[in-house]
Design a protein around this ligand. Structure first.
Ligand SMILES: [Zn+2]
Length: 397
């Protein structure tokens, strides 16, 4: 069998991945250091600043409290928070979020713009890149505000808040995957795949797999990236087969069909054990947060004398940091097993191992995947098995 990459390609791939491996090794310590700095030094000044800013806004725009529509909004926020003072809490949370984001900004831009361009993987113009970065930041800020009002607001008002919050959020997590098709459209234009042999063959493949879907769309990711990609978004009636315009251009029909067949393998995997496990894990996490908030109140950490004081937010970040770093090796192992199973399913569905192999080889070349990443990187929580292993696992006749 011909080697996957020429020696030059392999050198390029190693040069591309090395910074990622260094970051994977260093980042946990940097994150921990930043959180320690936040908890040890910055909570007080950030909270003072947020309170002063909120008081300033109140002085200048306090009259808006009585304005026709805003009056309802302000009243609703007071009730959600249990009292006034939510402005300072939101500003504090946004300040913490912004502080971390600004510190990471140079590294993030270097990885997602400079390194990607250096290895010919990105087609972003600086303007489009900045715009998407801003969109991501604003979505993140909206999530922070929702967290502050949702989690802290509820915890202040309801004794068993972690149960009251945990159950609907678990449900929301299920609904969120049904809304998937709409989220991608925030970033890329999509258009239905035109009628033709590819569409006909995908429809036939899905009929054989007995998978209902709403549409096949082409997502124009080439404005940002040269990578090939395909995924299924949504569930049941909203299920959409998404191919990016690069895969439609770069791969043959047989190879695209192999990629769709792999994705179809994910549809039929049993989701309930994972869903139940993550719902239980979420409840356990919220319960742990509850204990932590009570401890912070009892010991008056950072001057918090009230339950669910917003100054405990970085402490919850620290808890999440440990939860994520300890759970990703496990969730990565499960995810890699699901990917292997989806490969096996896809192979059975198309019955065309040659095309399946060519699809993986092309994806590896175009996306510059490392065929043999270091073992510790895989074990730390890689979602897919190394592409070299996936190709070697295909029984080519
Ligand atoms: Zn997959």
């Amino acid at each position: 069998m011909e080697p996957l990459f020429t020696p030059e390609q392999l050198a390029d791939i190693h040069a591309y991945h090395l910074p990622y491996y260094i970051r994977a090794a260093v980042d946990p310590f940097v994150s921990l250091g930043l959180l320690a700095l936040m908890l040890g030094v910055l909570v007080h000044p950030l909270y003072r600043g947020a309170s002063a800013a909120a008081a300033g806004l109140e002085r200048r725009f306090g009259a808006l409290r009585e304005a026709p529509v805003l009056r309802v909004v302000f009243h609703a926020m007071d009730r959600l928070w249990g009292e006034s003072g939510w402005g300072a809490a939101i500003l504090f949370a946004l300040g913490v979020d912004l502080f971390i984001k600004v510190l990471y900004l140079p590294v993030d831009v270097w990885f997602s713009y400079v390194l990607e361009h250096r290895h010919g993987l990105s087609t972003y113009t600086p303007g489009a890149f900045a715009w998407d970065l801003l969109k991501g930041t604003l979505l993140g800020a909206a999530a922070v505000v929702a967290l502050v009002i949702g989690l802290y607001g509820l915890a202040r008002r309801v004794r068993r808040w972690w149960l009251v919050l945990g159950v609907p959020v678990a449900v929301l997590m299920l609904v969120a995957s049904a809304l998937d098709p709409y989220r991608a459209r925030l970033y890329f234009d999509q258009a239905p795949l035109p009628a033709g042999t590819l569409r006909t063959r995908i429809t036939g493949l899905m009929a054989r797999a007995d998978i209902a879907f709403a549409d096949v769309v082409v997502e124009k990711t080439s404005v940002a990236s040269r990578r090939v990609g395909a995924y299924f978004a949504g569930q049941g009636p909203t299920r959409t087969i998404v191919l990016n315009d690069v895969i439609v251009r770069e791969l043959s029909e047989d190879e695209i069909l192999a990629a769709v067949a792999h994705e179809a393998g994910h549809v039929n995997e049993s989701r309930w054990p994972g869903r139940i496990a993550s719902s239980l894990a979420l409840l356990a996490l919220l319960f742990a947060i509850d204990r932590l908030l009570r401890l912070a109140q009892a010991r008056a950490w950072w001057g918090a004398t009230r339950f669910a004081d917003i100054r405990t937010l970085p402490l919850i970040s620290l808890l999440l940091f440990f939860v994520i770093i300890l759970s990703s090796p496990l969730s990565g192992a499960f995810s890699r097993e699901r990917e292997r199973e989806a490969d096996r399913y896809g192979l059975r569905l198309t019955g065309d191992p040659q095309a399946f192999r060519r699809m993986l080889v092309k994806a590896a070349r175009v996306n510059k995947m490392d065929p043999e990443p270091p073992r510790w990187v895989v074990l730390k929580g890689m979602s897919h098995p190394p592409i070299g292993e996936r190709i070697a696992d295909i029984p080519v006749p």
